[in-house]
Design a protein around this ligand. Structure first.
Ligand code: ADP
Ligand code: ZN
Ligand code: ZN
Length: 839
């Protein structure tokens, strides 16, 4: 057997299944062990291993050791994922067993359990009934099954083991196996269903009690039902819940919340056979509320039709086909995902939908559940361990055909995939930034290629790299340039912050934006205020012309290090004294910059004391529920002004928002990242896209010190393609992706000296190793990371740029293999391929 062990070992290992262990303890015929977990000896201990292949001939002289135990009765991941695990291990230079461990739902140990059941047809079996009145027998008789724990105990007992086995042979009892984990809760809820067509109650009566009396009379007149008032009232509320529901049922919880007397009413109605009871999965948001229902649109837009005319046949034909859907904000991308999903389901295939953020997953979930009901599951880290395992099992067993989730859902154990959708494909949230540093979008493409299926990457602002792939013909480009329903993209006005403020109190809001906010509030409409806080106070800006101080050799901003009074480049280590002059205008008026969301919130509240203001940023988002609650209030129009960081910009659909303001747009231009301009453009375009999604048109005000900067002026005119052209031109020299590949080597440890020494040694070793290389490769650094100390750990980095991925991989392998010699003390070395976060 080829086994990946959950330990930091690069290779898979070979073990043998000893004859005394049966791979399939209870059945006949052999089932494959692939995809199951086993316990294997490693060194002096036993560790979990994952079976990747069965027929392997071990090379070398090693003595092959025996598998100690088979942990699962069924696979916990499908065979089709094994190729992906191997690819990830190779590409990200990460031990394969740890890749699998990271891919499986965290925080729980999935294992199979066996439960003893009484076969239905044998309920009256005399031999069974004549057994002594033991607790287990009574439970079996009453409930039909035993718990896993009770089953285990019984099968281990000397007294009953034989008897049980006999009854299994006789077909009276049977052992049922299922993958489960301890503490997994039933997700079923009691729901009621109307058994009779009921007329629509009239609601335009002045008095509430009159409404119910009226409905009671109406039911009597139209259907001849003689009902008590409590019954009529219950039916009235059920009718209302039925309307809003995906499947026409009323969950008991909601019904009782509306009308406590329904408990009694239901009993009576059940007796009269007007209502039936059933247990069902009820789809709830993380807030415990039932998901909103979204009806399908009556017809598609022309652009949706054009896009789908390419996607649907590709799904039907099968085969690897990558699409990049560039659709402006509000162009109706969600509907394209839904239609493409329907096409895949028609082929009997399953569908995976990846989003960068849980809030977006829940928003999409409502749309998918409305269309596809029970076939949808949500997988993300916000779920409890047992919920997550539940969802995983549903996907694994094929009961769920559609999985929606954050980046880790790329490992969803779906068989027979037909389509992978990646929403907001440009978003940094798709990249995992610790341990196994993978990008969910990139893995989606790899998985699609391996399984020969369609992958649909979509965004209003695709990443420059993805768009370049489309331009080169690697992806098929689909474009939707217009908003649904002839809505226009909002009008964007730039406000130049360099123009002196007129006398009076200094404000974060210039008069134009102030006035717009006041008017919008008075008109009863909603506003969103964005503060691009990235790069907070660590950059230095010229007060005269707004240009941040940049590195001589890289297109990145220098970072202020107060302790050393230096401005430092975090790509190459170049530095100047903090008292320097502005390169573009010669001024010496350089100021550190930054201000927070809280200050903006306070100022807004002072400005409009009656407005309901709420804030969304990393501080307030720590409480997941509060975060989702704020989004919900915003959608429901119960917040007038929402203030926040980039979080407010992401894909939310707030139909009531007509005004968007950006307090200071250039903050993001000053971060030490070659994608600073791209990210600024994306952020402004995304936040701009929050305006005017409903019936009223939107307007946007952007305060900036650099109105002429291309990232900002192109965002004003919604000129995405120009931005790509400009970026591609700039990234040729100095070279950055897509023209080269990057890997960041992070070195961290508690001793600054050790970290610096290790970083230097790694950089020097890499330089020596590439001396002879003909193709382009460049080693940058060593340099301290922009955030150079985290949790008592000093952080340095070495960045490698190379035109060929082979060279990059060779260097990564070289560093890992020689880690012992290269690293001093107890420093840790981490490789980050295609790094997203430059901090
Ligand atoms: P995007 O994700 O591209 O920003 P959405 O998918 O959120 O846009 O769609 C914007 C709005 O348009 C949503 O309210 C959606 O229900 C609506 N919509 C989408 N397609 C259609 C259509 N064909 N007809 C009518 N409304 C549509
Ligand atoms: Zn200047
Ligand atoms: Zn530099």
């Amino acid at each position: 057997m080829e086994i990946a062990v959950a330990a930091p070992i690069d290779q898979t290992l070979t073990y043998r299944l000893p004859v005394k262990i049966s791979a399939n303890p209870d059945g006949d015929g052999t089932i494959s062990l692939i995809g199951r977990r086993v316990l294997v000896p490693l060194g002096g201990r036993k560790v979990t291993g994952y079976v990747l292949a069965e027929d392997v001939v071990a090379s070398g002289e090693f003595k092959i050791r025996d598998i100690a135990e088979v942990l699962d009765v069924k696979p916990v991941f499908p065979c089709s994922l094994i190729a992906l695990f191997r690819w990830i291990s190779n590409y990200y230079h990460y031990p394969i067993g740890e890749v699998i461990r990271a891919a499986l739902p965290a925080g729980m140990s999935p294992r199979s359990v066996r439960c003893l059941e009484l076969v239905d047809s044998a309920r009256e079996d005399e031999r069974f009934l004549s057994l002594p009145d033991e607790k287990w027998r009574i439970t079996l008789q009453e409930k039909g099954s035993l718990s896993a724990a009770a089953t285990k105990e019984l099968l281990a007992s000397k007294v009953w083991k034989k008897t049980i086995q006999q009854f299994i042979k006789l077909g009276v009892l049977r052992l049922c196996e299922s993958v489960t984990s301890d503490g997994v809760k039933e997700k079923m809820e009691v729901c009621y269903r109307l058994q009779h067509w009921l007329p629509q109650p009239s609601v335009d009566l002045p008095d509430e009690s009159e409404i119910f009396q009226h409905y009671r009379r109406q039911l009597d007149a139209e259907l001849g039902l003689e009902l008590k008032l409590s019954e009529a009232k219950t039916l009235y509320y059920m009718k209302g819940l039925e309307e809003k529901s995906v499947d026409g049922t009323s969950p008991r919880k909601e019904l009782l919340e509306l009308y406590a007397g329904a408990a009694k009413g239901i009993c009576d109605l059940k007796e009269k056979r007007l209502v039936t009871e059933q247990k069902k999965r009820v789809f709830r948001s993380p807030l415990g509320e039932r998901l909103e229902f979204f009806p399908a649109p009556t017809e598609l837009t022309d652009e949706q039709n054009v896009a789908l005319a390419e996607i649907v046949p590709a799904i039907e034909q099968g085969g690897y086909t990558p699409f990049l859907l560039h659709g402006v904000t509000g162009s109706g991308k969600t509907e394209v995902y839904l239609q493409a999903t329907a096409a895949a389901l028609r082929q009997g295939k399953s569908v995976l939908v990846i989003v960068p953020e849980i809030a977006l997953a829940t928003q999409l979930e409502a749309h998918f559940v409305s269309r596809f009901g029970e076939q949808v599951v949500l997988l993300h880290s916000g779920l409890s361990a047992s919920e997550r395992f539940d969802q995983w099992s549903l996907a694994m067993s094929g009961e769920a055909k559609i999985v929606i989730g954050a980046r880790s859902a790329i490992f969803a154990p779906l068989n027979d995939l037909g389509l992978i959708v990646v929403d907001e494909e440009h978003d940094a949230g798709l990249k995992q930034d610790d341990s196994l540093r993978y990008n969910g979008r990139d893995l989606a493409v790899v998985r699609a290629k391996q399984q020969g299926i369609v992958v649909l990457l979509a965004s209003a602002t695709p990443s420059v790299v993805s768009y370049h792939n489309a331009l080169c013909g690697k992806y098929r480009l689909l474009t939707m340039d217009n908003r649904v329903g002839n809505r226009s993209l909002p009008k964007v006005t730039l406000i130049d912050l360099r123009k002196q403020q007129s006398s009076g109190k200094r404000s974060l809001f210039r008069p134009q934006l102030r006035k717009a906010l006041e008017e919008n509030f008075i008109a009863g409409r909603q506003s969103v205020i964005l503060i691009n806080r990235r790069g907070f106070s660590s950059n230095v800006l010229c007060q005269e012309c707004g240009t941040p101080v940049q590195c001589r050799d890289c297109h990145v901003t220098l970072t202020l290090h107060r302790s050393t009074q230096q401005l430092l480049c975090h790509y190459c280590g170049y530095s100047v004294h903090e008292k320097t002059v502005c390169e573009s205008c010669g001024s010496m008026q350089l100021v550190p910059v930054g201000f927070g969301t809280e200050r903006v919130e306070t100022e807004l509240q002072e400005m409009l004391p009656l407005a309901r203001v709420a804030r969304l940023d990393t501080d307030t988002a720590k409480d997941r529920k509060a975060f989702l609650q704020t989004l919900k209030l915003m959608r429901g129009g119960e917040i007038d002004i929402l203030v926040g960081t980039q979080m407010v910009a992401k894909g939310h659909h707030f139909p009531g928002v007509t005004l968007v303001g950006v307090v200071w747009a250039d903050g993001g231009l000053a971060i030490p990242d070659y994608r600073a301009a791209e990210k600024t453009f994306q952020l402004i375009t995304q936040v701009t896209g929050r305006a005017g999604r409903g019936d009223s048109p939107g307007e946007v005000y952007i305060q900036t010190m650099r109105p002429e900067h291309y990232a900002i002026s192109l965002a004003r005119t919604h000129s995405y393609r120009h931005l790509v052209e400009k970026e591609l031109e700039l990234r040729k020299n100095p070279a950055f992706p897509p023209f080269v590949r990057l890997v960041a080597i992070h070195i961290q440890g508690e001793s600054e000296q050790d970290v610096e020494r290790s970083a230097s040694r790694i950089a020097a070793a890499c330089r020596a190793a590439v001396k002879e290389k003909k193709s382009f490769v460049e080693i940058l650094g060593p340099a301290p990371s922009p955030i150079d100390r985290v949790k008592k750990n000093y952080r340095w980095q070495v960045m490698i740029k190379a035109a060929s991925i082979e060279i990059l991989d060779a260097l990564c392998s070289y560093v890992r293999q020689n880690q012992q010699e290269l690293v001093s003390g107890r420093c840790k070395v981490m490789l980050d391929k295609d790094p997203e976060n430059m901090m």
